[in-house]
Design a protein around this ligand. Structure first.
Ligand code: NAD
Length: 494
């Protein structure tokens, strides 16, 4: 059985004392296992990152930039290999895997502009003969803890900027699909990143606990489910660390009566069922305003009938399996319970049979969903789309704002005034106007509101430069020593 090793100080470390299973979701077979780090192994990785810090933070911006240009090209050249790894462990179809890598590449491209991003400010003559300038310096050793659903893109969201800012990094990917993190780290080594600057340790809560508690780790970037995000945010902050913790989502797509219904149906099907609904920006609630629901449901049903679900390696497949058998069964349980809650199951994904032991589930569409139902309140994270019917724009906004999550949201309309008002009132971090999955481009930052993000900086882009650096302000004067005197008063501007 292939064992996926840690990657510490530029070498693979294949621990055997504790391992976890890694499945191929399309076959259901366990063909790999992953080393799960002991406390000692995590500490060894932290020590490696700490030892590598002085040299890396002193490495010129020009030399750091060159590493990012090389790693960008390596990622482009090796995309087919990396996409194959993603499909084999996550299950998403190959075209989607390539899309994930392309979106992750944006963060490496942003990092190539680090000289610009790290520019400080200078004010001349703030007082007579006195100048002030500011610089941004690395926070130190940074831990990046990532979820299963974007095993390449979310690590790239974090490590691009963290390394660009001069930090050293410990990446703790999901133990469910861990190979891509090691693959990416090795590309960085090939691109000239010194050993110890980027380390990968695999593990579960035990490994994360060490990262949260170890004093050498100065900042934690986390993406995952809300209960874990909330807990990591509180515990890491209590240990004096800087932390950003992105959590779960329940993204609403509001369709106004004047929207192009074919366009809205295309968008809803793509955003709800792409990657089997295992995207933090997937649309999971369709808010049908003012009587559009029946036509919209009919248009969605027609499109769903044409969907091909199968192994991600088959070019004909549009949607692959879910990540594990347990998760597939959990998602199915929401469909099973929906009718008893008073909702109407229009399409039941459990009806579709698959000639495979893989973790497949057909797509579900549930109508007449209301707040208070489990199918509405919980993040299901599977191919299940709920339809909530409301009469007015104001009701749609109130419903969306009352939801505990506020990651992404979308409105479909031809009315620019309504779209503008929606943007103004809606409580979510990322808004799409006729865009169902409004993941910001890499020159902006990604993050939600409410229970979708704990912390005050978003991820990647300009916010990441603030998160991964500390500000320092320097006040300078070069007076004539002859004018020097003792003055116990508080310094004032002159
Ligand atoms: P998860 O919370 O189970 O795991 C995320 C990471 O935390 C993994 O590395 C895991 O090993 C670790 N972990 C799990 N339980 C832990 C615990 N008790 N203590 C410490 N660490 C723990 O999430 P997941 O199932 O891998 O990913 C899916 C979730 O991630 C969904 O809720 C999804 O919405 C969310 N997500 C959010 C975003 C976003 O940008 N907001 C992006 C992607 C995924």
């Amino acid at each position: 059985m292939q064992r996926i090793p840690h990657y510490i100080n530029g070498r693979e470390v294949p621990d055997a004392d504790r391992v976890g299973p890694v499945f191929n979701p399309a076959t259901g077979a366990q063909d790999k296992e992953v080393a799960l780090a002991s406390v000692e192994r995590v500490v060894e990785a932290i020590e490696a990152a700490k030892a590598a810090l002085p040299l890396w933070r002193a490495t010129s911006l020009a030399k750091r930039t060159a590493v990012f240009y090389r790693v960008r090209q390596l990622l482009v050249d090796r995309t087919p290999e990396l996409a194959a790894i993603l499909t084999s462990e996550h299950g998403k179809v190959l075209s989607d895997a390539k899309g994930e890598i392309a979106r992750g590449l944006e963060n490496i491209e942003f990092a190539t502009g680090l000289s610009h991003a790290l520019k400080g400010e200078f004010s001349e003559q703030v007082s007579s003969g006195v100048d002030v300038h500011s610089v941004r310096q690395p926070v130190g050793v940074v831990a990046c803890i990532t979820p299963f659903n974007f095993p390449a893109m979310v690590p790239l969201w974090m490590i691009g900027s963290a390394l660009a800012c001069g930090n050293t990094v410990l990446l703790k990917p999901s133990e469910k699909d861990p190979s891509s993190a090691v693959f990416i780290a090795k590309l960085f080594t090939e691109a000239g990143l010194p050993d110890g600057v980027l380390n990968v340790i695999h593990g579960d809560k035990d490994a994360v606990d060490v990262l949260i508690e170890h004093p050498a780790v100065r900042a934690i970037s986390f993406v995952g489910s809300t209960p874990v995000a909330r807990s990591i945010y509180a515990r890491a902050a209590d240990n004096g660390k800087r932390v950003q913790a992105l959590g779960g989502a329940k993204n609403h797509m509001v369709v106004l009566p004047d929207a192009d219904l074919d366009m809205a149906a295309d968008a809803a099907v793509s955003a709800a069922y792409g990657s089997a609904g295992e995207r933090c920006m997937a649309v999971s609630v369709l808010v049908a305003v003012g009587g559009v629901a029946d036509d919209l449901i009919a248009a969605i049903s027609t499109r769903v009938a044409a969907l091909t679900i199968g192994p991600g390696t088959d070019p004909a497949s549009e949607m692959g399996p879910l990540i594990t058998r347990e998760h597939r069964d959990r998602v199915a349980s929401y469909v099973a319970g929906a009718a008893a809650e008073g909702a109407t199951v229009v399409l039941d994904g459990r009806d579709q049979q698959f000639d495979s032991d893989g973790f497949f589930l057909g797509v579900s569409l549930i109508d007449n969903v209301k707040p208070g139902m489990r199918v509405y309140e919980d993040e299901i994270f599977g191919p299940v789309l709920s339809v909530v019917r409301v009469d007015t724009f104001d009701e749609a906004v109130a419903l969306t704002n009352a939801n505990q999550y506020g990651n992404g949201v979308a409105i479909f309309t031809r009315d620019g005034g309504a779209a503008r008002q929606f943007e103004f009132e809606i409580e979510a971090g990322m808004v799409g106007v006729n865009v169902p999955i409004p993941v910001p481009v890499g020159t902006f930052s990604f993050g939600g509101w409410k229970n979708s993000l704990f912390g005050d900086t978003h991820m990647y882009g300009p916010d990441s430069i603030r998160f991964y650096t500390r500000g320092k302000v320097v006040t300078t004067r070069w007076p004539d020593p002859a004018t020097s005197e003792v003055n116990l008063g508080f310094p004032q501007l002159s």
